[in-house]
Design a protein around this ligand. Structure first.
Ligand SMILES: Nc1ncnc2c1ncn2[C@@H]1O[C@H](COP(=O)(O)OP(=O)(O)OP(=O)(O)O)[C@@H](O)[C@H]1O
Ligand SMILES: [Mg+2]
Length: 330
């Protein structure tokens, strides 16, 4: 690993795409516009950003699949531009779209990938067996991939990218399109990989996914790094916890907001549909106690009351001035 303790470093990466394919000198789009990244060895690092932010471009550039136009990048201590072949030997990549053969079984797929990576027939068989076990696919091993659930497919895809036991694994939106159960299965698999010593760079549009898996998060927007922090550090930037009260009767909402206003430095917000009032608080326990007591004294029926840590969604809004979801839907 790199002497600096970083498995991946990028400084000022730039990537220009011609707006029309092959049209050199025509209009360009800057997909990466001074992108910076530093991933500590042995960690899961989240690369978080909305649709079109430049996540796939960054991953493909770091994985040597795409030439970048400016800046520097190092993977496993190796200069990406100078030694792409050496980099390729240290990395695995799972793309946004899986490259599995539907007709073959899970085991056959892994053996085929093993042969593609020049393992001998016997070695490929043994490695396939190990990976099926590691990714909890033993029972499904001899079924056709066509019959796999989304979560099983992604796990098989992860297994395929681990054939050569790479030091650094790039996962490009590994849970997009999965149901909650499939997402949970992939998260477990990623945690197991990191416990085994692999460094994972994981791109995601899901704020909660980065929060759960990553020890560090880089937020990318329009090809540029706009934040780089721990999940908690990011959350703290939006300024601490919020108190939330849901009232039983619409007529009580305004009173609840007034009660909250007494313990909050910010103006409470109200949601007339959800019958919810909420605001930022400093001393969380004191605020909760005070609000609960006052509401009871005033005879207001409370459906729910609680404290909420700010979500990464709130952070994105604060950092960019727009919501991640809206951009993703566009
Ligand atoms: N081959 C290409 N030619 C031209 N423009 C491209 C090409 N690939 C990507 N782009 C543009 O570059 C920008 C970054 O795209 P990229 O695919 O890296 O984003 P992303 O963050 O991976 O998005 P998503 O979450 O949708 O996967 C987008 O504006 C996209 O339209
Ligand atoms: Mg992408």
């Amino acid at each position: 690993m790199s002497a600096t303790g970083y498995a991946v470093r990028a400084e000022g990466l730039q990537k220009r795409y011609a707006e029309k394919k092959g049209a050199k000198g025509g209009p360009h789009k800057l997909a990466l516009d001074g992108f910076d990244l530093a991933v500590r060895a042995g960690t899961v690092h989240g690369l978080l950003g909305p649709n079109g932010a430049g996540k796939t471009t960054a991953v493909r550039a770091l994985a040597t699949l795409l030439k970048f136009d400016g800046g520097r990048a190092e993977v496993a201590g190796i200069d990406v531009r100078r030694d792409p072949r050496l980099v390729r030997r240290r990395i695995g990549l799972t793309g946004q779209y899986a490259a599995l053969d539907e007709v073959l079984t899970g085991r056959q797929n892994l053996e085929m990938f093993g042969r593609l990576f020049h393992l001998g027939g016997k070695r490929a068989r043994v490695r396939a067996g190990e990976l099926l076990e590691q990714f909890d696919l033993v029972e499904a091993a001899d079924k056709g991939v066509g019959a796999y659930s989304g979560g099983m497919r992604r796990r098989l895809d992860l297994a395929a990218s681990m054939i050569l036991a790479p030091q650094v694994l790039f996962l490009d939106e590994p849970t997009t399109g999965l149901d909650p159960r499939g997402r949970g299965e992939v998260w477990d698999a990623v945690r197991a990989l990191v416990a085994g010593g692999t460094t994972v760079l994981l791109t995601t549009q899901y704020l909660d996914e980065a929060d759960r898996l990553a020890s560090h998060i880089t937020v990318i927007d329009r090809g540029r790094t706009i934040a780089d922090d721990t999940p908690d550090g990011l959350k703290n930037r939006v300024g601490g916890d919020r108190i939330e009260v849901v009232v039983a009767r619409a007529a009580d909402l305004a009173v609840a907001a007034k009660v909250i206003a007494r313990v909050s430095a910010t103006e409470p917000e109200t949601d007339e549909v959800a019958l919810r009032a909420h605001a930022q608080v400093g001393d969380r326990v004191a605020a909760l106690t005070e609000v609960a007591r006052t509401l009871q004294d005033e005879g207001i029926a409370v459906e729910d009351i609680g404290l909420r840590r700010p979500s990464l969604d709130d952070v994105f809004l604060r950092l960019t001035g727009h919501r991640a979801e809206l951009e993703a839907a566009a």
